[in-house]
Design a protein around this ligand. Sequence first.
Ligand code: 5GP
Length: 191
Amino acid sequence: MKKMEEKILKEGTILPGGVLKVGSFLNQQIDTPFMKAIGMEIADLFKEEEITRILTIESSGIPIAVSAGFAMNLPVVYAKKNKSSNISGDCYSTMVHSFTHGNNNNVIVGKEYIKPDDKILIVDDFLAHGSALTGLIEIVEQAGAKVVGCVAAIEKGFQMGGDSLRKKGYKVESLAIIEEMTDTEIYFREQ
Ligand code: 5GP
């Protein structure tokens, strides 16, 4: 998505440790017309697929998933980061390592929100090492449902999570893939 690359170049800030800050349009302030365009782009990327539900993880994935949900007329479920590791039998759960916070989160989804006959599209804001998407895939698989595909607004290709999921056979789409990021420059993968 050319507009995503342009937005990153115009408004993104490179932070130490391979982190990109996009607070002005994605992670703190939401640029609503742009968010609407993101949802429509995701709908277009997956228009051939039969999807029954969208799954994301709180909190930054939610606006993107909701925008895609509007565009595809689908319900959106988000996994919650649970403080306590004491999980009742009512939830699917897995451990997700947070790249930006450097900690592990127990992530849960109530069993009533994913059914074995669901066909799920997984959505997140960033795809870096792939821990968040892998955790969400695990939750869908615990439910006995099908992962139709995964989509990230921004993939950092140099952190390899996306390519490793593609190698495992998952359909992974990203609206922009950053191939390389120096202290001052961003280079995108041709798509
Ligand atoms: P992964 O689990 O793929 O390593 O990292 C993805 C998660 O970490 C996303 O849910 C996102 O919130 C966060 N994340 C990873 N890299 C970045 C980054 O460069 N910038 C921001 N803002 N969040 C990131």
